[in-house]
Design a protein around this ligand. Structure first.
Ligand SMILES: NC(=O)c1ccc[n+]([C@@H]2O[C@H](COP(=O)([O-])OP(=O)(O)OC[C@H]3O[C@@H](n4cnc5c(N)ncnc54)[C@H](O)[C@@H]3O)[C@@H](O)[C@H]2O)c1
Length: 252
């Protein structure tokens, strides 16, 4: 993978996939603006990446807050001079009370929150960084979708609808941005392990295990590289074969 003195913004960088991606990009000498809801975990991550010959800085950015997103983006652009890679990774699938609900029991505030973070957040952050990419005539945008947004997940209609929106936004934006040499792609994971570099057995997909965070990060990094220049508007499923259909009893 080639990265020619690139700078990346990662939203939700203190989470599982975000951290794995930050480590991966730092190892590729990509400078990083790490953003999330609060500083401590981000700062710890930024400190752990010291030693690479890059600039790494942590910023508070709540993707629900339009003004906050705009001012963090202004600060990041002032600090780094440019942003080449934007990874819209911040996402939430559980309701605030930690209990997700079937559609008929989904309260409007829960619906609004899930759509607001996953879909509107992607809109806000992309709006904030895109003008500079257009001026620079270079950009790699990678949005995090989900297989829930591809095939649906009962009990998560809000999250599934939000991620389906993210996937379609990806395609529209890819068409609008092609003339500016900006590619826009989506990565849609299935079940990812809840701790680093581990997998758990599951009968829920053909490979029979959950995905590693680092495996999701590898795909995002591939799409973020300079040499992924001919790939745009694609939603990449990365799910161990989960959406191929149920594992058949006839397969040994
Ligand atoms: N983990 C999975 O199994 C899985 C599966 C499919 C898709 N995804 C998607 O991948 C992405 C990363 O998931 P993850 O597993 O790292 O999740 P995670 O919960 O570990 O990390 C998500 C991060 O987003 C941040 N965040 C939440 N609300 C925010 C807000 N309003 N503003 C800014 N940041 C906010 C959180 O603080 C957290 O650090 C998400 O978009 C998620 O929907 C994950």
């Amino acid at each position: 993978m080639k990265f020619n003195h690139r700078t990346a913004v990662i939203t939700g960088a203190a989470g599982g996939v975000g951290r794995a991606l930050a480590k991966k990009l730092a190892a590729e000498n990509v400078s990083l603006a790490l953003t999330d809801l609060s500083l401590p975990a981000l700062q710890e991550l930024a400190d752990s990446l010291a030693g690479h010959d890059i600039r790494v800085q942590a910023y508070v950015m709540d993707v629900r807050d339009s003004q906050g997103v705009k001012s963090a983006a202004r600060q990041i652009l002032a600090d780094f001079g440019k942003v080449d890679i934007l990874v819209n990774n911040a996402g939430v699938w559980v309701h605030e009370n930690k209990r997700n609900a079937l559609f008929l029991e989904t309260a409007e505030e829960d619906w609004q929150r899930i759509i607001d973070i996953n879909l509107n957040g992607t809109y806000r952050v992309t709006q904030a960084f895109l003008p500079q990419m257009v001026t620079a005539q270079y950009g790699r945008i990678i949005n995090l979708g989900s297989i829930a947004g591809e095939v649906g997940l009962p009990g998560f209609s809000d999250y599934s609808a939000a991620k389906a929106g993210v996937i379609m936004l990806t395609k529209c934006l890819a068409m609008e941005m092609a003339k500016y040499n900006i590619t826009v792609n989506c990565v849609s994971p299935g079940m990812v392990s809840s701790s680093d570099d581990c997998t758990n057995p599951t009968p829920g997909n053909w490979l029979g295990r959950t995905g590693k965070r680092s495996e999701i990060a590898d795909l995002i990094a591939f799409l973020a590289a300079d040499d992924a220049a001919y790939i745009t508007g694609v939603d990449y499923t990365i799910d161990g074969g989960r959406i191929l259909g149920p594992r058949g009893a006839t397969v040994k």
